[in-house]
Write a protein that binds this ligand. Structure first.
Ligand code: HEC
Ligand code: HEC
Length: 328
């Protein structure tokens, strides 16, 4: 881009550097339609961790995205109150937390209701949501523009130093799109860089077969390294249950409690559900093949194998990668 100044000499405006998402082995192509740049991602990282985006000004009560989405818990909260988390004013969120994992590869909609297609819209609605961050868009824009650190970063990312709500949301969306988890022990196994224990391998076999635990139709596995189809399904939790978006099974070792209402504290309770407590309802997924038996009926030993496999999807480099951590 060239800008003409009054004296007639053209000065070159530095263009942001394109950021290419790494493609972990066997991952599908990324689905995001937001162009990423190094400078945009870096700005988004600062904003993600910055409490000035919230409706409070006192340092002790400011709230950032990272107040709820904490890296050490795969960008979940790490605690729950009746399955929910507390927002800026102490009120509880309507649903349980979702981690921020491989968002760039989900082409089928965000949130438990699966009905949000744009990450920028999630960012904007979170900022102003009265439970979550209770901010006011105009105040946020003004406040960010007044912090000396930011205008040069906006210039580097977007060509001019103007702070706008659209740019704030775009930069945060860029950053969270880079949160990539593809280096679990399971990933190392399938790429020949590591091994799994016999228990884990038996668990994987159960996970991937209809006569076993029958998880793979919804949660992927062989051929679907995201460990979710990200489609909507009713997995038989309640007699009046409805479909929710299928979550990824990556990093569940860090993300308890489980399900949209956080009803299960442990993976053992989750596995017990699929084994014995599946309930019929009008909208139950036809992929819950073992409904007639109340579940897939696993022995205690098979449950142990399945859990061992699920835990092999924990990615310790994801929860410690300094590129995803706070810049402050
Ligand atoms: C008060 C805690 C809280 C704060 C603060 C918060 N979130 Fe969330 N976030 C949640 C909860 C709870 C959900 C699940 C909501 C749902 O699905 O109904 C969620 C869901 C999401 C999702 C959807 C993930 C998916 O896989 O579909 C994204 C993306 C997200 N948040 C980004 C952000 C960003 C960016 C910020 C900062 C601007 C932020 N969140 C601040 C609690 C929070
Ligand atoms: C018909 C599709 C389907 C099948 C089959 C299925 N699941 Fe799920 N799974 C879901 C849905 C949908 C949810 C979220 C439901 C909710 O929150 O109400 C879920 C949630 C989970 C969660 C909680 C994740 C979180 O972040 O809260 C775990 C763990 C899980 N499933 C493991 C399994 C295992 C193990 C199997 C096989 C025994 C399995 N699932 C079979 C659809 C399915």
């Amino acid at each position: 881009m060239l800008l003409l100044v009054s004296c007639g000499d053209p000065i070159e405006v530095r263009k942001p550097t394109p950021y290419s998402l790494p493609q972990p082995a066997f991952f599908p192509d990324a689905q995001n339609n937001i162009p990423l740049t190094e400078e945009g991602v870096e700005l988004g990282r600062y904003l993600f961790y910055d409490g000035h985006l919230s409706g409070r000004t006192h340092p002790d009560s400011m709230f950032s995205c990272a107040s709820c989405h904490k890296q050490q818990y795969a960008f979940e909260a790490g605690y729950s109150v009746d399955g929910k988390v507390r927002g800026i004013n102490g009120a509880l969120t309507p649903k349980s937390m979702l981690p921020l994992i491989n968002l760039a590869y989900n082409g089928n909609g965000y949130t438990w209701d699966g009905n949000v297609e744009s990450l920028e819209n999630i960012v904007r609605s979170t900022l102003v949501d009265t439970v979550e961050m209770a901010g006011n868009i105009d105040t946020i824009v003004k406040r960010i523009a007044e912090i000396p650190l930011y205008p040069p970063m906006f210039e580097a990312a977007f060509g001019t130093s103007t702070v706008t709500a659209e740019r704030i949301c775009n930069a945060i969306a860029q950053f969270i799109l880079t949160l990539l988890s593809g280096d679990s022990r399971f990933d190392r196994y399938v790429t020949g860089r590591g091994t799994l224990t016999d228990d884990e391998l038996l668990g994987y076999q159960l996970f991937s077969t209809e006569e076993g635990a029958d998880c793979f139709h919804c949660h992927g596995g062989q051929g679907n390294m995201l460990f979710s189809t990200y489609l909507m399904a009713n997995n038989g939790l309640d007699a009046d249950g409805i479909p929710y978006r299928i979550p990824t099974l990556r990093n569940t070792g860090f993300t308890a409690p489980y399900m949209h209402d956080g009803r299960f504290q442990t993976l053992d309770e989750v596995i017990d559900h699929y084994s014995e407590h599946v309930k019929f309802s009008q909208t139950i997924s036809t992929l819950m093949h073992h409904l007639e038996d109340g579940g897939v009926q696993l022995t205690p030993r098979e449950k142990q194998y399945l859990k061992a496999f699920l835990l092999s999807l924990n990615d310790s480099s994801f929860v410690t990668n300094p590129e995803y951590g706070s810049p402050f």
